[in-house]
Design a protein around this ligand. Structure first.
Ligand code: SAH
Ligand code: SF4
Length: 354
């Protein structure tokens, strides 16, 4: 089988493979993964800081328009406890994720949390932010306070599809501008898309994967779209792929991405584990080298519902590491304790302009 990936058409053919042909594709991606990033899996403890969101994306359960969702924001102490847990347990990194807010109180709370975590861990815990669209000035403040990486999914690289799954005041170009600002600020930049959105065909997904390559991102977090009943996109659910088809498409997408971008960090996301019980393990075997276990305080987890039936809601902190060890081992990989696991693909802004 030829795995040349110069054109969208070639990527589409690979995304369509099934059965033994898909297995060969996965095997090829696995070899590329081992050659470029090895068999270590980096841990990022995920802290879901708040489900308050100023935006109203048509697919997301914590959109501002979902009035049936009770809202919360973690206290400073709760975040610091989670960071301490991550640091002491040997997680090299932490991800702070949240609904989007741009007010000064939010910006300065995050800034001060970053400073405090940096201080407590002697700068050893690598911090990734996933806090949506912000001004270049805010990105710079958070970078200065200690954040290393930023995750901002483009969601879809098609401006038309983007407009269909967002309200009119959510602008595709703004998202692109934010990704560029993040790069210019010196972050390791992560992006990604949802797979299996209504109106997204395989060709669009192939374009999405090429978009990530063109944007030269350092990290990718992508995942299946999972419909949420209290959102406008729910009404399009008849257009969705059957779960088994979606799962096969996802695994091929992970493989194609690894072939396209051999040295980036790729996450085995919770949404993939929600779609299929072995989803994260399969992604790690084929292409992924990062996992983001949820370490949000238990009282808040059931309220951070981007999509329904999210896994890991009930696992206790004590169970977490043995469970992860087993999962990573089953994928033929090794858990990398005490390592930040920065993207090997990353170049500083100065290196970009060389
Ligand atoms: N507010 C920030 C971060 C939190 S949302 C932001 O939007 O960037 C994190 C990710 O959750 C989004 O980027 C989106 O890709 C994903 N998400 C939201 N709703 C989803 C759904 N119904 N199915 C799958 N993923 C979803
Ligand atoms: Fe808010 Fe992010 Fe959900 Fe959009 S995807 S509604 S920005 S939390």
């Amino acid at each position: 089988m030829d795995y040349t990936l110069d054109t969208i058409g070639q990527a589409v053919s690979l995304l369509r493979l099934r059965g033994e042909d898909a297995e060969s594709l996965h095997h090829a991606a696995q070899q590329v993964k081992h050659r470029y990033v090895g068999d270590e899996v980096y841990l990022r403890g995920l802290v879901e800081y708040s489900n308050l969101c100023r935006k109203n994306c048509h697919y997301c359960g914590i959109r501002s328009g979902n009035t049936s969702q009770e809202r919360y924001t973690l206290s400073r102490e709760e975040v610091l406890q989670a960071a301490d847990y991550a640091y002491k347990s040997g997680f090299g990194s932490l991800v702070l994720q949240s609904g989007e807010r741009q007010d000064e109180a939010f910006v300065s709370d995050i800034e001060s949390l970053l400073q405090e975590i940096m201080q407590r861990t002697g700068g050893e815990l690598g911090i990734t932010l996933s806090l949506g669209e912000q001004t270049p000035r805010t990105y710079a403040r958070w970078k200065k306070a200690g954040a290393l990486r930023y995750l901002l999914r483009i969601e879809t690289s098609s401006p038309e599809l983007y407009a269909r799954i967002h309200p009119a005041d959510h602008v595709f170009q703004t998202r692109l501008d934010c990704l560029r600002a993040l790069r210019d600020t010196g972050y390791q930049v992560g992006s990604g898309v949802m797979i299996g959105l209504p109106f997204q065909d395989e060709e669009q997904l192939a374009r999405d994967l090429f978009f990530l390559k063109e944007m030269d991102v350092d990290m990718v977090g992508m995942g299946p779209y999972i419909p949420h009943e209290q959102t406008p996109l729910w009404r399009e659910r008849a257009r969705l792929l059957p779960p088994a088809e979606l799962y096969a498409l996802c695994l091929n997408a992970w493989a194609v991405l690894r072939l396209l971008m051999p040295d980036i960090n790729i996450a085995a996301t919770t949404a993939l584990g929600t779609l299929h019980p072995q989803g994260r393990e399969a992604a790690l075997r084929i292409a992924a080298n990062v996992i983001m276990p949820n370490i949000t305080p238990f009282s808040a987890r059931s309220r951070y519902v981007l999509y329904p039936h999210k896994i890991c809601i009930e696992k206790s902190a004590d169970d977490l590491l043995p469970h992860l060890e087993a999962l990573i081992h089953a994928a033929g990989c090794r858990l990398a304790y005490h390592k930040q696991g920065n993207s090997r693909h990353f170049r500083t802004p100065a290196q970009y302009s060389e």
